[in-house]
Design a protein around this ligand. Sequence first.
Ligand SMILES: [Zn+2]
Ligand SMILES: [Zn+2]
Length: 298
Amino acid sequence: MEERAMFCPACGSKNREAARFCARCGNNLPTPGTALPSRKGDELLRQLDLCIVMDATGSMQDYIEMTRKNLQAFVQKLSLHPVQPQLAYGLVLYRDHPATEKNWVTRRYAFTEQLDDLQQALNEAHAKGGGGDGAEAVVDGLYDACYVMKWRENAHKVILLAGDAPPHGWGNRRDRYPKGCPCEPEHGTVISIAQNARQRGITIFSLGIGDNQAMQKSFEQIAGTSGGRYVPIKSAGKLIDEVLSIMLSEVGKVEIDQVVYRAYQPGATPQAIAALTGLKIGDVDESMNRLHQKRMLQ
Ligand SMILES: [Zn+2]
Ligand SMILES: [Zn+2]
């Protein structure tokens, strides 16, 4: 009968289950029974906060409508994933300065687990009017999403930024504020906001609608800075497919975090965890960074 094995958390090599030290590297081996996954940690690692940040000026009407219509189906597909993510949805709509009664700058809808609330918010969006100068208050939308919305501390955090116009100050031909959004002295730029998002574990994916070059450039840099990705959207019909593919890949990261969290022992290296779990070392490395950020690893 083959004896059960114990894998060293530091170097990944196989040891007798009863061994107290690794035969290869001398590291302390966990006592059998202490490596059980914490239920609490597993629960926390199912949390996924999704904040949609959307341009709500006139040209975006079709996209807002498309999002509202497909939300239910989208969430159903996500919840079929074996991870069964525990989703909370937030929404920030932005238009432009100056704020008037008709033309607000941003509207925020706090994170909720109720899909109905989000649909209701999108119903009220009424994308009309807007700045009319071809650049919008992207800074304000991202600022609210990153700093004002109440993210769950341990949740996997994703922003989906969707728009067809650049922020002010990105060289768009018609721009009422060519030197940048009037709130920048207070809020920072889209890039500094994206940097801060990354430090706090918030990844921004930007969905660029249409072919405005200043929009493409700015949206690419926003996503790249935060560790996310820029996705060009060719038509309203493509929006939901792209969003689903982004979110499925994010749920995949949540799954990796769960596996890494369970396999982790104090002092374990990414190499050892990769050997233990069969995950790619790059994926383990990224996952350990996320778990450290959430203070879930010792
Ligand atoms: Zn070892
Ligand atoms: Zn602004």
